[in-house]
Design a protein around this ligand. Structure first.
Ligand code: ZN
Length: 136
């Protein structure tokens, strides 16, 4: 674990802090609407019924690659040493899509619908990022 992590970190809010606290425990949590049962990723209201009532429920941590890009140009000095790096959207088995990074795979090997599972990256003492690796 590093204490001199120089990349941008997620902003904790009252609404998303249960998600990030779950990540710190290596538990991927999603919101399940108490009104209609729809499962979503960290948002204030349910996109289906607009209810604000929800429970945080554990995700399987598994999903598939929905889409991705490979970044070759330096947009941020903080990521320069990682070039070229991927930015992916993973669709979880429960439905929500997460913006993330794919790890333990060469960028050239990434394919649509690749089956992936969460791989925790403890970047600071407080923040753990959910990244994804191919299911072995
Ligand atoms: Zn709902």
């Amino acid at each position: 674990m590093t204490t001199d992590y120089a990349k941008p970190l997620p902003e904790m809010t009252a609404d998303n802090s249960p998600f990030w606290e779950g990540c710190k425990r290596h538990q991927l949590l999603l919101q399940k609407c108490s009104g209609c049962g729809h499962v979503r990723y960290a948002s204030l209201t349910c996109p289906r019924c607009w209810s604000m009532d929800h429970q945080w429920v554990p995700s399987s941590g598994r999903g598939r690659v929905y889409t991705w890009i490979v970044v070759h140009q330096r947009y941020s000095k903080a990521f320069e040493e990682d070039l070229p790096y991927n930015v992916a959207i993973v669709e979880l088995d429960e439905g929500p899509r997460l913006l993330t990074s794919l790890v333990q795979i060469e960028n050239e090997a990434i394919r649509p619908d690749l089956q992936v599972e969460v791989a925790w990256d403890d970047v600071t003492d407080e923040i753990t990022l959910p990244k994804f690796r191919p299911v072995s």
